[in-house]
Design a protein around this ligand. Structure first.
Ligand code: H79
Length: 653
């Protein structure tokens, strides 16, 4: 995983003469040597291609050719006093003015490494207008500093500290900018505003400027690529980090641990149905000899699930992997084998995204302040900061030994010791371990109870909302995922009441129709097997998805909002109607949508009659041709179904 890195140069070691300056670069990369498709704006030897600053963009345009040449010559000689090249780095001494490219750029992809000192700041002007911000403050770099109307702050703080290198990837197409800082997307397709004349859009071409702001700066690896066909590359502006998750729709949640020996609820039965002393000793008897990772993953696959989230550590504090930071882990059981290692490898083999659940609250750990609700209350001596340090260490183990991970699924954030400050920091920490990882909203103090939606006044409320044991409301603006048990308990319960196939599938349909994902939970048995009744139900779900998955995977919710009648999904020019409950006497009345119908068919078989009236379409499938689970009807439209404003179907009493 780790690049081998050399730390030879920085502000702290200015007098060390290093043989080759490759500070912080992977060893196979040469300083200032552009990647394929890019050219170097800075050649690492001199200031070729750059010129001095002769005034702001509009002022520059006013000069006559002669005046321009004169001012430029003067500015260039000034510039050479303060900007220099040292050991392949572009160095600014903190005095004088900005550095500007001689060439103008229109649509481009720009890569640049920068380093500032404590309290330092700078910025990168695009097309002559300020600026992608660089600074040492709590907001973080990369924001479009000058924007008034559109987002001006980055959506995450992704800076390395002053004295260390940071890498920007900046894409500008038309008047929109996306910024990645150290591999993390911090600005996504935001319109850059014209600072010089706020009534006008930003110029179509202009120079790139490195802002002088009275403090020392270093730059290197400044590479640019012209984008000649903006239409074809506009997609690049969008951060595709969540795409796999949005397309996946259906994942397997697994709650497991020594508690399965008792058959009571994971963590919550500690100090309640099971005395704490007994609960905490269960690991000594945990020996799931029939655990077979290949079999679990195959079960998820057969069910049509695309990702798997397992309780690496629940509120009871037991670590299901080989953790160097605690003895209360799987290696201390008679079983000894690292369950997560086997599962993560098997997921990779079978094409399932491997993800972990990690509880922030830990009723077992001596440093975490509170004990089980049914048990001890507040612990005698505790140290939350030390606990957080331990937790970050464990999370680092999880990402580094079992990653790349799809999701880190936090929980237990509602307890008193957790704060917004801890949450902000943890979100940032996780993204810095693996930039493209997905983090649920329980990382922070943001959640509205079991409905799982997020407070809007929190800077980093994670990437998606988490309704629990309930179907989330229709929402296409904020990603969400319902987590729900296949029976009534999260961890294994003997003779648990398993949901019927119709209950399982209508839940999946209503979730996906609401634009959410379903994370469906199984609790494996203490011997390591998933209970056959649960496997059977999952297989039935998979059989149905095998037939009708075209209306589930890679769709979005809409164009009709879910209701008692059922739900709908859309992709390209299709709308898939999943009619679960028909009106008692008569057709299903769809309110008019802004599209023409080009085709209609019943994917579950049989025929459909549709009557197109001015303000509605009335739709009828003969009773004997309806499906007991959901009658699936595909509407073919003359336009993109996702672009139609979602509307309610309200004709069911
Ligand atoms: O791991 C499973 C459960 O053990 C765990 N989350 C799922 C994924 C879980 N944690 N808590 N609960 C289930 C129920 C807790 C509800 C409450 Fe509350 C805690 C009620 C009051 C405090 C939720 C959080 C509602 C308000 C704050």
């Amino acid at each position: 995983m780790n690049h081998q890195r050399l730390h030879l140069i920085g502000w702290l070691t200015p007098f060390i003469i290093s043989p080759v300056i490759t500070a912080d670069l992977p060893l196979d990369t040469t300083l200032n040597d552009p990647p394929p498709g890019f050219s170097a704006l800075f050649n690492g030897k001199d200031l070729h291609g750059w010129c001095g600053f002769i005034g702001d963009f509009p002022a520059r345009a006013e000069y006559t050719e002669e005046a321009h040449a004169e001012k430029q010559a003067e500015a260039d000689s000034q510039m050479r006093k303060h900007w220099s090249v040292e050991d392949g780095l572009l160095v600014f001494d903190g005095q004088g003015k900005s550095l500007v490219t001689q060439e103008d750029f229109g649509d481009f992809e720009l890569l640049v490494d920068w380093m500032i000192k404590p309290n330092g700041d700078s910025g990168i002007y695009l097309r002559g207008t300020p600026q992608v911000q660089i600074w040492d403050n709590e907001i973080g770099s990369g924001g479009l500093y000058n924007n008034h109307k559109n987002l001006s702050v980055p959506n995450i703080d992704a800076d390395n500290p002053p004295g260390e290198w940071n890498t920007f990837r900046i894409i500008m197409i038309d008047d929109r900018v996306s910024v990645w800082l150290n591999g993390i997307n911090v600005v996504e397709a935001v319109q850059l505003e014209n600072y010089w004349n706020r009534g006008l859009p930003v110029a179509t071409r202009g120079p790139i400027e490195l802002q002088a702001h009275g403090n020392e700066l270093r730059f290197r690896n400044i590479f640019i690529r012209h984008i000649n066909d903006p239409g074809a590359e506009r997609e690049l502006l969008i951060d595709h980090r969540m795409d796999w998750w949005t397309q996946a729709k259906f994942g397997m949640f697994i709650h497991w641990g020594p508690v399965s020996l008792k058959g009571t609820e994971i963590s919550w039965s500690r100090g309640a149905q099971v005395p704490i002393d007994e609960y905490d000793m269960l690991y000594q008897s945990f020996n799931p000899t029939l655990f077979d990772a290949a079999n679990w993953v195959a079960t998820a696959k057969v069910a049509g699930m695309k990702y798997l989230v397992i309780t690496a550590k629940h509120h009871d504090g037991f670590s299901l992997w080989n953790s160097d930071l605690t003895d209360y882990d799987i290696t201390a059981t008679p079983y000894e084998l690292d369950v997560l290692a086997e599962l993560s490898q098997e997921c990779a083999r079978q094409g399932i995204r491997f993800c972990v659940y990690y509880s922030i609250c830990d009723w077992h750990h001596p440093d975490y302040p509170t004990d089980s609700p049914g048990g001890g209350g507040t612990k005698q001596s505790h140290n939350m900061d030390r606990y957080v340090h331990f937790m970050k260490g464990q999370l680092k183990e999880l990402v580094e030994h079992y990653g790349p991970l799809g999701i880190i699924w936090f929980d237990g954030e509602w307890e008193e010791p957790w704060t917004v400050e801890y949450g902000d920091d943890l979100y940032h920490f996780i993204r810095s371990l693996q930039p493209d990882i997905i983090v649920n909203n329980r990382v922070n103090k943001a959640r509205h109870g079991m409905a799982g939606t997020s407070r809007e006044d929190i800077a980093y409320p994670g990437d998606y909302d988490t309704p629990e044991q309930q179907i989330g409301s229709f929402n296409r603006n904020r990603p969400w995922e319902t987590c729900m048990t296949i029976g009534e308990q999260w961890s294994w319960k003997p003779n648990d009441q398993i949901k019927t196939l119709k209950e399982c599938l209508s839940t999946l349909i209503r979730v996906v129709g609401g634009d959410g994902n379903l994370l469906f939970n199984v609790g494996p048995m203490p011997d390591g097997r998933i209970e056959p009744r649960q496997v059977e139900r999952l297989k039935e779900m998979g059989d149905w998805l095998e037939q009708f998955g075209a209306g589930i995977y890679d769709t979005r919710g809409g164009s009709f909002k879910p209701g008692p009648w059922g739900a709908s999904t859309c992709r390209e020019n299709s709308v898939y109607l999943f009619i679960i409950e028909w009106p008692e006497n008569g057709p299903l009345i769809l309110p008019a949508i802004d599209a023409n119908l080009e085709s209609i068919n019943v994917l579950t078989g049989g025929s459909v009659t549709i009557e197109q009236k001015e303000d509605c379409w009335s739709l009828w499938v003969k009773e004997e041709e309806r499906s007991a689970i959901a009658t699936v009807v595909r509407l073919g439209l003359d336009r993109s179904s996702f672009d139609i404003t979602p509307i309610d179907i309200q004709n069911l009493d």
